[in-house]
Write a protein that binds this ligand. Sequence first.
Ligand code: G16
Length: 543
Amino acid sequence: MAVLQIATQPFADQRPGTSGLRKKVKVFQQPHYLENFVQSIFSAIPDRAGQTLVLGGDGRFYNREAIQTILRMAAANGWGKVIVGRGGLFSTPAVSTVIRARHAHGGIILSASHNAGGPDHDFGIKYNTANGGPAPEKITDTIWAASKTIQGYQTLDSADVDIDQDGEFLLGDMRVEICDPVAEYVELMARIFDFDALRRLLQGPFRMRFDALHAITGPYAHEIFEERLGAPAGTVVNGVPLTDFGGGHPDPNLVYAKSLADHLFAEDAPDFGAASDGDGDRNMILGRQFFVTPSDSLAVLAAHATAIPAYRQGLKGIARSMPTSQAADVVAEALGIAHYETPTGWKFFGNLLDAGKITFCGEESFGTGSDHIREKDGLWAVLAWLSVIADTGQSVADIVTQHWRHFGRHYYTRHDYEELPAEIGEQIIQTIIAQLPVLPGQTLAGRGIITADDFTYTDPIDGSTSTHQGLRLLFADGARLIFRLSGTGTEGATLRIYHEYLEKDTQRQQQDPQRALRDLIRLGRDLARMESLTSRKAPTVIT
Ligand code: G16
């Protein structure tokens, strides 16, 4: 089969965001657009010859076409082997699992995560390195640089291959293995958790619902909960991956997973509910009439980690992203272990995990995970919660309220203003930056401000520095108000405002967070001049 050299020209908008390149499907469908970015990835991996690549996606619209394009280009670019999930499917945690288990050189994941799918919605592509984690900034910067100067790409003159049957074949000189996307991941879960204890829980009176939102976790959840753990058929709902996620938004939060939330807040609600996102790395945890914030989820799991066989020896340390509440720090201090604060983006946990500094990490954006892989892992978080429930014999609500009584409650809420005009988003950030120098020393929202800055992170392992990672107001009582622009949207700008304070008084731990945080919420809107710069009276999404 002949290798074709195709001439092309750079696209100016191929800068990877928080997690790879995300664009409208129609942008990816332009001639050469996908190919340019894939060639830019390959150019950033000069030692790829003869190496193994893992390839799969969340099944969204354009997934299958992209798989064929990438296979041809991988063969023409000297890769030795590509492992593809059957049907072109792999969850993000499964790709991380397979990269590590098979000692692959890297992986390509096709997903726009929690963004909607279909011909008029989003597609995405991200590269993971040999540790199984998202490429660090030095690699994504190299990819971006290559995309700005690209003149041509290499592909193979070959027909589409069959990606729906397990087996191995040659494409040019490259081996292609089509494998079960579920099996290796499920085996890893069975090694981490006590499946016998979970089987006893799920076969008893305990009732749960897992909503896969018609995204990638359906087949994984069926296998784990219904086949291996014996939960009744129907425990997993919306379990068939669809190219448009059934028209929904595969984002596990109270707004986009509303039907699950309604089910868990109904009269005859089950004991436990959970959902995951498009590519399976996020999770939302619900108890009966109870929502667990992702920040609390990380803290509670850390406090109960020794209930899970793989973590019986205790945790080495815990990391959280900067906007995530400080609840996990309090647990780490109580356990006498280190805690770290990184910028938003799972890639920043990679060095800490590889160096053995941390065992658990998590983000307010519905991401929780451990050192078992190098991605956040939605189903891992669900199994971890089920393990804590099995161990304590308590309800989700009792586990969390008891945690608050012991460690204090970090009231927390994030307000998102989605799809603002890009220039307005930037104007809001500049408006706040202009106020930073005069804020320390002032008393606002009834609290003294001690620090107001633009967060810079220095990686403790490799010393690399990441600037402009979010604007922070730190108050004397430990409260925080944080502003940043999302790095994952595809339409205009999304402003995120994060609010937090610690309530140690057990008599005051049962308030509605929107009420408990109302002064900080008002201050955030005022500092951002929301009324005058936008016509928005309220956030698009509150989590
Ligand atoms: C990605 C990253 C996460 C990050 C999240 C939100 O998640 O992997 O680390 O917290 O985006 O980022 P932003 O606030 O910039 O939109 P996912 O699930 O979209 O891959």
